[in-house]
Design a protein around this ligand. Structure first.
Ligand code: GRF
Length: 193
């Protein structure tokens, strides 16, 4: 199964996927990392795993449509089957959505629809919620909306700081993303039989 991962920053989710022998052995091929931030740490992680990168800045295009079309033009020859968003900080619009209908997956650090948008962990912590979590979903035209694939709860412990809660949320994200991709691979492998 040929995928592209999109990321803008640290890239811990990207690395959790890239380093998994289990996923690779089941047929996961990360053909490309698409990154909109030339200084992002995720680019170093891609280098470590010898994954090609496409650094593409919105500011270099007249509009968002042209920016997304450049990405589609890069993905099509690679025969990408799924796009995995992993901390990609741009809203995805119709050019990409139209090219990969029901094939773009996002991970978000809250129990959507709660705390959609930016700084979800900080806002859940500030709200004092005893239970927060992670959502993996197909995307649509909205921000952090679209059919849910998997949700997991993360309980806030009595002496949690925002940092310790965040660390557990990220751990949960890494396990969940691997599991969701594993399920997709198994489904794809069944269909191919
Ligand atoms: C994650 O919390 C993810 O849910 C959100 O952005 C963050 C990316 O973290 N969409 P990383 O770059 O994978 O470390």
């Amino acid at each position: 199964m040929r995928v592209a991962v999109f990321a803008s920053g640290n890239g811990s989710n990207f690395e959790a996927i890239a380093k998994s022998d289990e996923l690779r052995n089941l047929g996961l091929e990360i053909e490309l990392l698409v990154c909109d931030q030339p200084q992002a740490h995720v680019l170093k992680r891609a280098e470590k795993y010898h994954i090609p990168v496409f650094v593409n800045r919105l500011a270099d295009y007249p509009d968002r449509n042209a920016y997304e079309q450049a990405i589609v033009d890069k993905l099509k020859p690679l025969k990408i089957e799924y796009v995995l968003l992993a901390g990609y900080m741009k809203v995805v619009t119709k050019t990409l959505l139209g090219a990969y209908p029901n094939r773009i997956i996002n991970i978000h650090p809250s129990l959507l629809p709660k705390f959609s948008g930016l700084e979800a962990i900080e806002r859940a912590f500030a709200a004092g919620d005893e239970v927060t979590g992670v959502t993996i979903h197909y995307i649509d035209e909205g921000v952090d909306t679209g059919p849910v694939i998997k949700q997991c709860k993360v309980v806030r412990l009595r002496n949690d700081t925002e940092a310790s809660l965040e660390a557990r949320i990220h751990q949960t994200e890494h396990q969940m993303y691997r599991q969701v991709i594993l399920d997709l691979l198994n489904k794809n492998n069944e269909v191919a039989k």
